[in-house]
Design a protein around this ligand. Structure first.
Ligand code: BTN
Length: 261
């Protein structure tokens, strides 16, 4: 492995943000950056505090899945205290920040799969998890968790090889995770500060979804639904049109893009 050291100072040094990433909590190894970020938020961590790990032993994915996060991957969580009305936009802006950062640092063009998977050539390169704690009409805290397959080779992880890729695999060489993280933090803050008007973020997210217009199968809870992914709403939900003309609004689920019979 090439020199790809992570440290708080390498991340924060002259970072061009007002608050996101100005404070970094770094651990070489953690169960999950989400768990530590949650704890830090409950103790009143400053907005924009970032928890970063080199490796997670119990990385948390969407829908209660495990997220594989070996050494060489990028795992971070960002603590925010947003207005309630901003919550649906967090996954949109995080997805866009990842796509923009991958492009800027590697030149690779990534796509989005509803709701917030980042793909390169139809294989997952990044997963995003948003957690929030609501108290009545206010958000006690929200955490954006981002996991990017950066500097590890998928051939070492046959269990995810069919569906996943990494930046190192795509480029044939390793990249600087610090460079990706710094770009990601700047981009996340730029989009977050633009949020009083979420419309451009919603529109760019919608337009980048490879899901729309495709025949899909959606697993939502224990239910499998089939149809055409017709549109997405500003609250992030997906509208699925069935062959009998009826439709279902899907708030959380897993989309398979492969055509079905
Ligand atoms: C998904 O299921 O696609 C979401 C995966 C999110 C993984 C990231 S890695 C950093 C943060 N810490 C975690 O335990 N999960 C998120």
């Amino acid at each position: 492995m090439t020199e790809d050291t992570l440290s708080p100072v390498l991340i924060t040094n002259n970072l061009a943000t007002r608050f996101i990433g100005q404070k970094v909590i770094y651990h070489p190894r953690l169960t999950s950056t989400m768990a530590l970020a949650r704890q830090a938020a409950r103790q009143g961590a400053a907005e924009g505090t970032v928890v970063v790990a080199d490796e997670q032993t119990a990385g948390k994915g969407r829908l209660k899945r495990l997220w594989l996060s070996p050494r060489g991957s990028l795992a971070l969580s960002i603590i925010l205290y947003p207005d309630m009305s901003y919550l649906p936009y967090l996954m949109m802006l995080a997805s866009l920040a990842v796509v923009h950062s991958i492009k800027a640092i590697t030149g690779l063009k990534a796509q989005l799969k509803w709701p917030n998977d980042v793909l390169i050539d139809d294989k997952k390169v990044c997963g995003i998890l948003i957690e929030s704690d609501l108290r009545g009409n206010t958000v006690a805290y929200a955490i954006i968790g981002i996991g990017i397959n950066t500097n590890f080779r998928l051939t070492d992880f046959p269990e995810i090889l069919p569906h996943a890729t990494s930046l190192a695999d795509k480029l044939g060489k390793e990249i600087s995770r610090v460079a990706v993280i710094r770009h990601l933090l700047v981009e996340t803050e730029r989009l977050y500060l633009a949020l009083p008007d979420g419309d451009p973020i919603y529109r760019e997210w919608r337009d980048r979804l490879v899901t729309l217009g495709r025949k899909v199968q959606v697993k939502s809870g224990e239910t499998f639904l089939k149809g055409i992914a017709e549109s997405v709403a500003r609250d992030g939900s997906l509208l699925l049109r069935h062959s009998n003309g009826s439709s279902t609004k899907i708030v959380a689920g897993d989309v398979t893009l492969r055509d079905y019979k």
